[in-house]
Structure formats: C-alpha cells, structure tokens
Design a protein around this ligand. Structure first.
Ligand code: DX5
Ligand code: ZN
Length: 227
C-alpha cells in the first residue's frame, strides 16, 4: 500500500505582504503541510525569511510546518527554527561536512529531521544518513527560485532513493516544478510528499483549492490511491 500523498504548498510563491492570510488560505484550500523556504543569499542566490517571520505566522494554521533550510552554516540556527514552531526541519547534505550532527540536533529538539539533495548530488551521499532522518527531499530544480521547470531526468534518482528507503518510516519529498501534469510520474517514481509553489498559487486565492486538488488527484490516481 503506497503512503498517503501529502501536498505541501511552498509559501515562496505567496504574497509576502499578507503572508499570514495566505497561509490561512492554503489551509482552507486543504493543503497538508506548509513548505517554508529559508534562503540566506550565500548557500543559494536568494534571500527569504528567518525564524521571526515563521514565528509570527505560526499561529495561523495547525498544519505541519515543513522548513526547508537553504542556508550554510546550518547548526547555529536550528534551535531558533525549532523554537519558532517548525515541525520538520530539512537541511542540505551539501551545506557542510556534518549533516549527521545537525540531524541529531534537530531530533534532540523534538522535531522531525529531513535531508535534502541538490540535483547533481548522488543518493549515495545520504545512504548512511537514513537511520537519522524522517524525510528525504529530492530537489528537482536548482534551489533558489520558484517557477522553474521540473527536471524529469531526476525521476530515476527518485526511484532509486525510494528503493533505498524501502520499508523505513521515511517520507520521500520532491521540490521544484511540480504541476498536475507531472505529479503522476512523480508519485509513480515513489515520492509521497509533493511541494508546489507556482502551481498552487497561480490564479490567486480563488484558485488555490482547485490547484491543490488537481495535483493531489493526479498523484493519487497514478499510484492507485483513489477508488
Ligand atoms: C526553491 C524552493 C522551492 C520552490 C518551488 O528553491 O525550494 O520550494 O519554491 O517552487 P515551484 O513549485 O514554483 O518550483
Ligand atoms: Zn523548498
């Protein structure tokens, strides 16, 4: 039985001038998680927000805050994101030499831990980290910006990581360029958590529910999760 499909809108594509209201809207539009992209202008060539903003919007929903850290170094900020209300904190394996230590730190703070791979990073880089993670996130674009095109050559890597995870209680997430058109292939490759920024927020608030439902339906249909 495949794992349930989780749709995680990336608030990178939200209207930042009303971020709290946007989070309430995607919650009402039946998202599962809220994907929060933290960028430092150093690890990636863009800057977004830090723990204070997350803390300010945290009370707007009860849904899981999936915090994707695109920062280096990571360790000095993990506790601040945990205190700000992150439920799951993911860091890039490329962000430093001590991912193992960082993942254990996240778990010691009572949070779920995730490891992220850039498109060019082989799955062997995280093989020995699997006992220490609750989620593997495969980047299907180069991180830094929303609105890029899904790299379909990475479907095979998603498949290999799914096989590597096997029966472990580890979610497999993809991030970048997900749409209703490719969500089926993504789910078939073994991903169960689908991040989508532009495909959720396009068309404005009245379209959010239909946008989320379209991605969910395509993914669920592809893996036989709909009767
Ligand atoms: C990019 C971020 C993604 C991005 C996805 O670095 O990690 O979460 O916002 O946006 P779309 O779905 O538009 O590719
Ligand atoms: Zn992300």
């Amino acid at each position: 039985m495949p794992r349930p499909i989780i749709i995680a809108p990336s608030i990178l594509s939200a209207d930042f001038s009303e971020l709290g209201a946007e989070i309430e809207r995607i919650d009402a539009a039946r998202c599962d998680w809220v994907h929060c992209d933290v960028m430092d202008g150093h690890f990636v060539p863009n800057i977004t927000f830090g723990p204070d903003i997350l803390k300010a919007v945290r009370p707007r929903t009860k849904k899981l805050f999936d915090v994707h850290l695109m920062i280096a170094p990571v360790d000095p900020y993990i506790e601040a994101f945990a205190k700000a209300g992150a439920d799951l904190i993911s860091l890039h394996v490329e962000a430093g030499p001590h991912a193992h230590r960082s993942l254990k730190l996240i778990r010691s703070l009572g949070k779920k831990a995730g490891i992220v791979l850039n498109p060019q990073t082989s799955e062997t880089a995280i093989e020995h980290l699997l006992p220490f993670v609750d989620l593997v996130l495969v980047m299907t674009i180069s991180p830094g910006f929303g609105g890029q095109t899904f790299e379909s050559s990475l479907l095979e890597k998603i498949r290999r990581i799914g096989a590597m995870i096997g029966d472990r209680p580890v979610d497999l997430e993809i991030d970048g360029g997900c749409t209703p058109e490719n969500a089926g292939a993504i789910a078939q490759a073994g991903a169960n958590v689908l991040v989508a920024g532009s495909a959720v927020f396009k068309g404005g608030p009245t379209a959010y529910a239909a946008n989320i439902a379209a991605i969910r339906q395509a993914a669920e249909d592809a893996v036989g999760l709909r009767a």
